[in-house]
Ligand binder design. Structure first.
Ligand code: NDP
Length: 319
């Protein structure tokens, strides 16, 4: 099969479109014909070695397609099932082996492409808004990079839960997209903390920050006493070591650095959150904006566009 292979950690040029042996499902695993792979920032961290995986590796933490073979002992997934998955590397390929326990059944009305576009970021937006900080109707929340893959979904889900949303973006085109997704006020990055305090002098109950290094100080300055700063990513680089005393000075603020894994640790929780996300996608309550569908061979361009802040919403790779 054809796949993107990373032989050594580095820049986007290490993404090699190559012929590799077809993977074979072992006990408890299934083989999926990949219809689409979602492109996520974590793929960049994997490629760079910031979150190192054994090399050589096929990147891609999100995909969807049709089951073409099942390994020994698999009883609840059968050949022909349409499934999606997250957090199992190997989606940048024509075929992928995943644990049967990671297979998310796709409901009627959700195509594999839609699933590959919404699952990882949708599940993340789900846990961030219902579990990390359960949004209450009337809350005002700040979402950074509000026109990004995460940002558009987070904005829509925050609105669905009854919040008023402030967002940050880097361009007018992105501002339009963030407003269409439901952001009421949209700021640039230079003075967002000042703008937040003008509109909400007491500060905000929660700030969702996937940008990291460049926004962290302003995010902390935007949270109200006893509020929560959720640093869920580091698109601009990791936040440097931090003096805990600053949480005290900000008014006993809670700081968390969550990741998806622990929030979908059981099959029950994975399926419960997925059913919500895919249900909202099927009903149109969640509008998944696909920025581009690129051929698998163009994975390098996909990473360059994502890191170059050129994308709005989701990038897909189509084998
Ligand atoms: P996005 O589509 O949001 O792309 C990143 C965006 O970040 C850019 O478009 C850009 O928007 C903004 N940005 C701000 N500063 C920079 C910078 N210096 N370099 C690059 N981008 C910058 O990506 P994803 O939706 O895939 O991911 C967003 C974040 O969410 C990432 O940090 C990712 O790791 C995190 N994440 C975390 C998860 C978790 O469970 N913890 C799960 C999924 C994603 P603009 O130009 O408007 O500033």
């Amino acid at each position: 099969m054809r796949a993107i292979v990373v032989p050594a950690f580095g820049g986007s040029s290490v993404l090699d479109y190559a012929e590799v042996p077809d993977p074979v499902p072992g006990p408890g695993e299934v083989l999926v014909d990949v219809a689409a792979a979602g492109v996520n920032y974590i793929d960049v961290y994997h490629r760079e070695g910031r979150y190192p995986l054994p090399l050589p590796m096929v990147p891609g933490s999100e995909g969807a397609g049709t089951v073409s073979q099942v390994g020994p002992g698999v009883t609840d997934v059968v050949v022909g099932d349409r499934v999606g998955w997250v957090s199992v590397p190997g989606a940048y390929a024509e075929k992928a082996v995943i644990p049967a326990a990671s297979a998310i059944p796709l409901p009627a009305g959700v195509s594999p492409e839609q699933a590959a576009a919404v699952l990882l970021q949708g599940l993340t937006a789900h846990y961030l808004t219902t579990s990390t900080y359960p949004i209450r109707p009337g809350d005002t929340v700040l979402v950074h990079a509000a026109a990004g893959g995460m940002g558009l979904l987070l904005t829509q889900l925050a609105r669905l839960h009854g919040a008023r949303v402030f967002g940050t973006v880097s361009s007018e085109a992105k501002e339009r997209m963030a407003r269409e997704a439901g952001a009421e006020e949209v700021f640039g990055y230079d003075d967002f903390a000042k703008r937040v305090r003008e509109l909400a002098p007491e500060g905000l109950p929660v700030v969702y920050d996937g940008v990291g290094a460049t926004t962290f100080d302003g995010s902390l300055a935007s949270v109200r006493p006893l509020g929560m700063l959720v640093v869920y990513g580091a698109a601009s680089g990791p936040v440097p070591p931090f003096d805990l005393q600053r949480l005290n000075q900000a008014g006993s603020v809670f700081l968390t650095r969550p990741s998806l894994g622990p929030y979908i640790a059981t099959r029950e929780e994975l399926l419960r959150r997925s059913a919500d996300v895919l249900g909202w996608t099927a009903s149109g309550q969640l509008d998944v904006h696909v920025f581009a569908r690129l051929p698998l061979a163009e994975a390098q361009r996909a990473h360059d566009d994502l890191e170059g802040r050129k994308t709005v919403g989701k990038l897909l790779l189509i084998p």
